[in-house]
Design a protein around this ligand. Structure first.
Ligand code: NAD
Ligand code: MN
Length: 352
């Protein structure tokens, strides 16, 4: 089987990690008899600065026939963040109905968590973040700029379809894992959207009697994520809360540079997209020292989605073995001094 993969490296360290990791993914897949053909798209902030848009008008049409999309990151010091996010990533996740943002947080052996007392495997949970609506819906407006009566409105949108398409895969995962699911909301303050969400969780939970549902408010959940991360298993959260919780996840797994992410179209009608959790990292871009492993793990999740489990496992286990090896090269964010390229090359030597 050969898969056609669209590659959008994007900006800053997004470029650096994708350039280092793409050849590794191709060669590891090939070693398992799986073909991966890539088409690169130079979309991102440089295109915006040159031509006024991060991607062409028919961008989604160009991507639609691919089996999956590999994204680096977008974000540029000279372009406002809301322009970059809304110019590329959000049109793809919304347009291709990628309702499910599944983000595992796993503390690998050989990586130091900033939390005391946790060892490899102790932290092992997965956040299912609603990825197409909620607080990131493009509904709102501004009036009377600069005047005393200035007002800005940013509405949240929660639909039955968008919520249910996130919850079902999360309950499936909980059922296969420990049978525990934590529902994170703010339904005390957000009495419309989050109470609706809670009711949806209750409704869907009736189809999964083996899954025990725990409810937490997002403020308490954030505190618990640093106090008792080992007690979480599957977490469901809205777009904004899931975004925030998964950066905490990246932090407690030792580095945001290790955290993988997926944007899954659960119906399989459009391609799904895979990317590290991190952004373009202005503070280290151009230095060649970004950790490429979050992107490798995202590649693993891409092959898992394509049902190429041998490739997915080889990549995941390869990263785990490299991190567990104290003599292996590692980047500065996890206590080493190696370059992005050296880490990817070492992984290549181990796996191919
Ligand atoms: P960031 O994730 O880029 O960086 C946060 C911190 O983590 C920085 O100190 C950075 O050096 C470090 N870091 C991140 N990835 C790393 C890696 N692979 N290796 C080593 N260290 C790493 O978040 P930010 O600084 O808030 O945002 C920078 C830009 O990225 C902004 O324009 C933002 O909008 C954008 N962004 C894009 C995405 C995306 O494309 N999906 C996600 C988050 C942020
Ligand atoms: Mn984020």
């Amino acid at each position: 089987m050969t898969y056609d993969i669209a590659v959008i490296p994007g900006d800053g360290i997004g470029n650096e990690v994708v350039e280092a990791v793409e050849p590794l993914l191709i060669d590891v897949a090939d070693a398992h008899g799986v073909g991966m053909e890539t088409t690169w798209f130079d979309w991102g902030s440089q295109r915006y600065l040159d031509e006024g848009a991060l991607m062409p008008d028919d961008g989604l049409d160009q991507l639609e026939s691919f089996d999956a999309i590999l994204l680096g990151a977008v974000g540029h010091p000279d372009v406002p963040d809301h322009v970059t996010l809304r110019g590329l990533r959000l049109p793809i996740t919304k347009g291709f109905q990628q309702h499910v943002c599944k983000r595992p947080a796993y503390l690998f052996e050989g990586v130091q968590s900033p939390l005391r007392g946790y060892e490899g495997g102790d932290i092992d949970f997965v956040v299912y973040r609603q990825n197409t609506e909620g607080e990131y819906a493009d509904v709102g407006g501004r009036e009377h700029r600069g005047f005393a009566n200035e007002v800005a409105v940013q509405a949240s949108v929660f639909t039955r379809e968008g919520t249910e398409k996130l919850l079902r895969p999360a309950f499936e995962a909980a059922s296969e894992r420990s049978g525990r699911l934590t529902n994170v909301t703010k339904s005390n303050a957000q009495a419309h959207s989050m109470v609706f969400w809670d009711e949806m969780v209750e409704e869907v939970s009736e189809d999964y009697p083996d899954v025990e549902v725990e409810r937490l408010l997002v403020d308490a959940a954030s505190m618990d994520m640093v106090r008792r991360p080992d007690e979480y298993d599957v977490i469901v959260a809205s777009n904004l809360f899931g975004d925030i919780l998964t950066d905490i996840g990246g932090g407690i797994m030792g580095s945001l540079g290790l955290a993988p992410s997926t944007n899954i179209n659960p119906d399989g009608t459009y391609p799904s997209m895979f990317e590290p959790v991190h952004g373009s990292a202005f503070d280290i871009m151009g230095e060649g020292i970004a950790n490429p492993l979050g992107t490798v793990l995202s590649g693993s999740l891409m092959f898992e989605h394509l049902e190429e489990d041998a490739v997915a496992e080889a990549l995941w286990d390869g990263v785990a073995a490299q991190l567990a090896d104290a003599d292996a090269p590692r980047t500065a964010d996890i206590g080493g001094s190696a370059t992005t390229e050296a880490v990817a090359d070492d992984l290549h030597d181990r796996l191919v």
